[in-house]
Design a protein around this ligand. Sequence first.
Ligand SMILES: C[S@@+](CC[C@H](N)C(=O)[O-])C[C@H]1O[C@@H](n2cnc3c(N)ncnc32)[C@H](O)[C@@H]1O
Length: 295
Amino acid sequence: MRATGGSRTAVLVCQGRAVADGRIAPGRFTDPVAVSLLRADERRTVEQVRAGAPPAGWLERVDYESVRACAAVLVPRTIAIDDAVRERPSPQVVLLGAGLDGRAWRMPELAGRVVFEVDHPDSARDKRERLAESPAAARPVADVRFVAVDLGRDRLGNALAAAGHQTATPTTWIWEGVVPYLTRPEAARTVAAVAALSAPGSRLIVNYQAPQAAIAAGRLIARSLDVLARRRGIWADEPWRSRWTAPAMRDLLGGDGFIVHGDDDLLTIATRLAAPTPRRAALRSGRVAVADRPA
Ligand SMILES: C[S@@+](CC[C@H](N)C(=O)[O-])C[C@H]1O[C@@H](n2cnc3c(N)ncnc32)[C@H](O)[C@@H]1O
């Protein structure tokens, strides 16, 4: 990741959640914190999408469509992960690549628990600045600890230990929307580090991307539009570096002692929820795996 001002993909997914809040799968999905973490220009696109009022300029329209598409993908992904957290709540939760995640603020189930928000140093700094400007996000329900770690370079265990993570206590790990930004060796090293820090009874929830030709083509088009507009697009700073098939992910997690007992694509999850499925290729390529370390 090379985004010195913080992760722009984290902003995009936060915009997606802000769009979906109260509009898509109401009663199952909610994220009232998301909008308060956005800056004024980022919020403008959210308001346009919520109002169904596309902007006139083609470039603004590209951003509008990205945020709209993101909302449809974020709903099943968030619900599946929230459900997996609730099903087996641990005393401590670690968000790997936390971005602008609002779980420590919006999930009552996390009240009183310790939530470690691990993220790239630039993104961690950006989130803290946004929180300082957001009275709505002033009070997390959990005991939040920010941990600056570059997963491609730094030692996760040392940083978490310094923040008070207890390796003898079960941990729920949430690794959402981050795996594609890591190379395969970086992802494998992260799983090994997580395993070494996981007491029996720990749970690892992984959202990752499976290979899909339609998605690769879509990204190529998005990059071409950025070139045409002479702007540095999101994917220039945060390109996708690894995609995993479900069997490959099962092998990766299993090799470090995690037993996968659920791994669904987002289309299946959205269909189960009776949520809208407008971006079927994007939904089909996103997956959520839930893996446990036997107690
Ligand atoms: C798409 S955002 C997802 C954020 C959050 N998990 C969510 O779903 O809202 C990608 C996140 O991965 C983080 N990330 C990317 N590369 C990273 C690295 N090498 N080390 C740590 N975090 C990284 C970014 O900082 C960003 O927060």
